[in-house]
Design a protein around this ligand. Structure first.
Ligand code: B12
Length: 293
């Protein structure tokens, strides 16, 4: 299968060490088709990180030596619930502990949670808690900003654990409109759709509607997801949005809307293919189109 980019790949010997089984077993599973692999120019088997992690999850292997796979040393050793992980994530954000944040997210992924669930039930509530602390003068602005930076890095690492999409996979693009600087919901949306096998790309924050329309024309996405966390001028937004929506409709691109600023009253004034309160709703909409794995 043609791939867009190559995630980290490991030899059977490395994978064997990471999960404490024999190299011969790994080679056997490769040859039986249980473990997908590619070959180097010299004919050696190479197994990509997302494949290894899916295999570990599906077969409940213990990740004895995560560092062999380039992961933090303690990943996979905990047995926390999402709620516990959320609380610890919040604490790690306050303390600026990126290693702990990374470990918590990768642990939840290894425990089999979808990215949408990790985003909705761990990362978003941890930030809501931080927002409340800030509101009550118990957290500093620098802690919030640092937390966003940390999470941005963690999500990039999480992306490395997802299989790259097939080049024939449907395309989805995401953005926030002018004056909306909230990055994390958009970044998470990208990972949610990548996990589903879509060629998903978050284009960034604060984009003029015209350039989003241009991206729709150039990239021909089936989905445009818009995250709206901040809305200064509702009337202006509605006008701009209508034009963008009509254009998307003419291009057979479904507009999916979400974010804290999409209020009931705003929704009465606009049209959309789907609205979601959370990332699991975005995931469900993409799945309902039934296009990929
Ligand atoms: C980080 C942050 C910022 C950062 C963001 C930086 C960055 N690079 O992203 C910046 C610096 C921009 C910022 C600025 C401000 N902020 Co602020 N910020 C936050 C904070 C702490 C976290 C936001 C976040 O990223 N959350 C994580 C994401 C993943 O969660 P989420 O946004 O809830 O998204 C979920 C859903 O909405 C949904 N979703 C989102 N998008 C989409 C899209 C689709 C298609 C779908 C289906 C679903 C979906 O799924 C997500 C996951 O469940 C929130 C606290 C909070 N409650 O969230 C305050 C918060 C939103 N900010 C607040 C305030 C007051 C401000 C400022 C006014 C502060 C100031 N005085 O300057 C400015 C305003 C800027 C502006 N124009 O809006 C208040 C808003 C209060 C209110 N009544 O609206 C909050 C709630 C903090 C608080 N408790 O007071 N902020």
């Amino acid at each position: 299968m043609e791939r867009q980019s190559n995630p980290a790949a490991f030899s059977p010997k490395q994978v064997a060490r990471a999960i404490s089984v024999s190299e011969a077993s790994i080679k056997r599973w490769c040859d039986k088709g249980v473990l997908a692999f590619s070959r180097t120019a010299g004919g050696h088997r190479r197994i990509h990180l997302p494949v290894v992690l899916d295999f570990i999850r599906a077969n409940a292997f213990h990740l004895a030596q995560p560092e062999v796979l380039g992961l933090p040393a303690n990943v996979g050793s905990g047995s926390r619930t999402l709620a516990q992980a959320c609380r610890l994530y919040g604490q790690a954000l306050e303390q600026g502990d990126e290693a702990q944040c990374l470990q918590l997210v990768l642990d939840m992924r290894l425990a089999g949670h979808e990215v949408a669930v990790i985003g909705d039930q761990m990362i978003a509530p941890a930030f809501h808690a931080m927002g409340l602390l800030w509101e009550h003068g118990k957290a500093e602005i620098y802690q919030e900003r640092r937390g966003v930076e940390i999470t941005r890095h963690v999500l990039l690492r999480l992306k490395d654990t997802l299989a790259p999409p097939n080049v024939q996979a449907p395309v989805a693009i995401g953005a926030t409109l002018a004056n909306d600087r909230y990055t994390l919901p958009g970044q998470l949306g990208e990972l949610v759709l990548l996990e589903l096998g879509w060629q998903a790309r978050f284009m960034g924050t604060g984009l003029p509607a015209d350039t989003i329309a241009r991206a729709v024309q150039d990239l021909k996405p089936r989905i445009l997801w818009l995250s709206v966390s901040s809305l200064e001028d509702v009337e202006r937004f509605v006008g701009t949005y209508h034009q963008l929506y009509d254009y998307c409709l003419s291009q057979q691109c479904a507009v999916v809307l979400g974010g804290r600023a999409v209020t009931e009253s705003l929704r009465q004034q606009i049209q959309y293919a789907s609205f979601g309160d959370n990332l699991q709703h975005l995931r469900a909409f993409a799945q309902s189109l039934g296009l990929v794995r």
